[in-house]
Write a protein that binds this ligand. Sequence first.
Ligand code: COI
Length: 357
Amino acid sequence: MIIQKTANSRISSFDPENYSFGDHFIDHMIVCEYENGKWGEVKLMPYGQLPFSPANMAFNYGQACFEGMKAYKDKDGEVYLFRVNKNFERINKSAKRLAMPEVPEEVFVGGLKALMDIDRAWIPAGEGKSLYIRPLIFATEEGLKARVSNKYMFAIVAAPAKSYYSAPVSVKISDYFSRAASGGVGSAKAAGNYAASFYPTQLANEEGYEQIIWTDDSTHEYFEESGTMNVFVRIGDTIYTPPTSEKILDGVTRDSFIQLAKHRGMDIRVEPISVKTVLEAQKAGTLKEIWGVGTAVVTTAFKAIGYKDEKFELPVLSEEESFALTLKNDLVNIQTNAAEDPFGWRVKVEKNVLETV
Ligand code: COI
């Protein structure tokens, strides 16, 4: 690994009590370039701008995918990552679907651990706080022919995080727009999936909704995801979440919620959930909760759902009554080393990783 430490740490200008999600970057970043059919040496360097031409293929044809991960500090100041292998495997699935080269484990995991070690002072401790980590792969070749790029960059940047959408939000069930289509790239964390979601979300915002519940592209009868999150619905005491598919992202938080619910003996069903079932449950008074999960948000509760011209309020539950919050607390306690980890999900970042790379 090539290591260039910054001579000018910016940490003293960062106020850990006053920041918002994703807008202060840690002192260093990881970059690794792919050229002539192979990845080069991983470079840990000061965070900063990189020079790219407007003719860069990533900008023009969208060969770009990313991951979302977090690092946590426990009460003793030790640093932990979470289910690193899931993100490593998924970035390579995304890369494959976008005809980009897969990154080797030593580049992804080695780079990640080195970056977390050198910038561990940037990882905020305390309730709801963490460091959001963004590994990404993008094309870097200059050229306007619509073809697969021959050059790429893998990079990792990171920014202190706190709750992303903290208050419960209102969501609109989509009856027209879709996030993903059969045979498309919905299960890849393709940058373009997010770009395509912004316009429908702006329209929902104009109607007074913060997010959209994405439904299937052919019938709009089944829930798929919500905003940038996977979705869970509770009817009575049963939790439902749609099965992953080529249209639904295999979310790490989603999978963790399923395993935690099973561990608690909750009735959780991974099966298609229809708009009709949800609306009927709402009318019958058995619809208790709908929530989204993702790395950035962990959990966002929904306070109202809109469908066509109607808007329905969801019950307001206490922290003890809410399955969403119960599972969120279980998850966060494992992530932050405040509870046992029966699943082996936590990955400790040892000190002085740089001396071993
Ligand atoms: C994540 O939860 O990591 C996401 O990918 C959402 C992100 C777009 C902020």
